[in-house]
Write a protein that binds this ligand. Structure first.
Ligand code: HEC
Length: 125
């Protein structure tokens, strides 16, 4: 009986929210901090930073016509992709991943906000 109730509760949690532990709608609000420099729509223009559509699983430093830092180009050699773990580390503390990168953003230290942001970024596809 207990077990059946637990199964019912788990089944009611949306699959993505369960996998990410984050809320994409809340993550879209967190993304407001990124909008000064990034667009998130498919084919969106590059600003100070590159367009981020489909960023989860995308090769790093891969947007044509965007001038990445030498540090990013070095990071991207060999086909490094933005896995969820790498992205999480980067948005939490960009300089920890790319010490000489050109993204002037201090990072988001609040774990709930990072989880929500990750759920939002994963929905961009
Ligand atoms: C002040 C401008 C600015 C802000 C704010 C900013 N970024 Fe960036 N972002 C950049 C720049 C510039 C780059 C390119 C970095 C490089 O080449 O070293 C970049 C690169 C990235 C990349 C790598 C893209 C690729 O094509 O490999 C990701 C992912 C990213 N930013 C995510 C975010 C997220 C998420 C936020 C908000 C939490 C954010 N950025 C906030 C300027 C910004």
């Amino acid at each position: 009986m207990r077990r059946m109730m637990l199964a019912a509760v788990l089944a009611s949690v949306p699959a993505m929210a369960f996998a990410e532990g984050g809320d994409a709608a809340a993550g879209q609000r967190v993304f407001n901090q990124c909008r000064a420099c990034h667009t998130a729509d498919q084919g969106g223009r590059n600003g100070v930073g590159p367009n981020l559509f489909g960023i989860v699983g995308r090769p790093a430093g891969n947007i044509d016509g965007f001038r990445y830092s030498p540090n990013m180009r070095e990071f991207a050699t060999g086909g490094t992709t933005w896995t969820e773990d790498r992205l999480r580390a980067y948005v939490t503390n960009p300089k920890a991943v790319l010490p000489r990168g050109s993204m002037s953003f201090p990072g988001i230290r609040n774990e709930t906000q990072v989880n929500d942001l990750m759920a939002y970024l994963a929905s961009l596809k």
